[in-house]
Design a protein around this ligand. Structure first.
Ligand code: DAK
Length: 259
């Protein structure tokens, strides 16, 4: 399928989704949001796809929501747009396959929020992160006020959102906003290596872990642990669990079948 604002390719179980508006530093317009929703619908329905790598074309990952488009909206239109964008980010987070953000350059405003809706952020040394909304007289609207403090802590989350300060990749690593920093050339190979490691595990275990971690973060610890106990039976009752444990005892690699 062709998208107006994205490239979508599948290779060896990995869906590569690339935001493709390099002249506008991949700014998120309504068209980008619609394309992202449609692309993740395809990821969800395609059994061939096991992991997603999401990146940006050119020198930016995504430099924010499209300020030119947003500036013309009325209050009501602005509300609808922000709600739609926030829903798309929630949808990406809810996909039961791991999503890796390969952050190649600027991840600002809506771009930082898009990266945070992914499961992992691997950054190029050239990446920069920030929530500069306060410079425009607004606040983050695609989940940033909620996901950033959960990743970097309350004080640093407030600091970044209230100052609009940009941070480089090494600082993002120190804060826990990204999992790894690599050279630009190593960015996609590093993401592919991570994807392949995850793909070698039992898919039902991976999807269940993602769901329980995401849901549990919204609960207190005893409620989260109850959720874990309940969810544990899903992989435990799978054929892959029998194979995984048998393979261990037979000292061989497990052959998982996603059953
Ligand atoms: N939107 C639209 N165009 C953008 C853009 C953005 N966020 N960021 C960059 N561009 C465009 C520039 O206008 C420029 O276009 P031309 O002038 O060539 O036509 C082109 O991309 C290249 O950018 P620069 O020439 O500025 O490139 P530099 O390397 O010099 O600078 C930069 C790179 C990332 C430091 C700079 O472009 C920059 O500061 N960009 C803006 C960063 C930012 O503030 N992002 C937005 C965060 S706020 C809503 C309203 C608003 C929002 C959401 C909803 N509603 C009413 C619903 C906003 C949310 C955000 O994400």
């Amino acid at each position: 399928m062709m998208f107006e604002t994205l490239k979508y390719e599948i290779k060896d179980g990995i869906a590569y989704i690339t935001v493709n508006r390099p002249k506008a530093l991949n700014a998120i317009s309504t068209a980008v949001l619609k394309d992202l929703k449609a692309a993740f619908d395809m990821v969800k329905d395609d059994d061939q796809v096991r992991v997603v790598i999401l990146t940006g074309e050119g020198k930016a990952f995504v430099a924010g929501a499209d300020i030119a488009q947003m500036s013309a909206l009325t209050g009501v239109e602005g509300h609808d747009m922000i709600k739609y964008g926030a829903d798309v980010m929630n949808y990406i987070e809810s996909i039961d396959k791991p999503v890796i953000a390969a952050v190649n350059g600027f991840a600002l405003g809506g771009g930082c929020e898009l990266a945070m809706a992914c499961d992992f952020r691997i950054a190029s040394e050239k990446a920069q992160f920030g929530q500069p909304e306060v410079n425009l007289g607004i606040i983050p609207g695609f989940g940033g006020t909620q996901r950033l403090p959960r990743l970097v802590g309350q004080g640093m989350g407030k600091y970044l959102i209230m100052t609009g300060e940009y941070i480089k990749a090494d600082e993002a690593l120190r804060l826990g906003l990204v999992e790894k920093v690599v050279s630009p050339e190593e960015l996609i190979p590093t993401c592919e290596k991570l994807a392949k490691t995850i793909m070698s595990k039992a898919p039902i275990a991976i999807s269940t872990a993602k769901r329980v971690i995401n849901k549990g973060l919204m609960l207190d610890v005893p409620a989260g642990v109850a959720l874990e106990s309940e969810a544990f039976t899903v992989p435990f009752c799978s054929e892959d669990r029998i194979e995984g444990m048998k393979a261990f005892l037979e000292k061989r690699e497990a052959q998982f079948k996603n059953r």
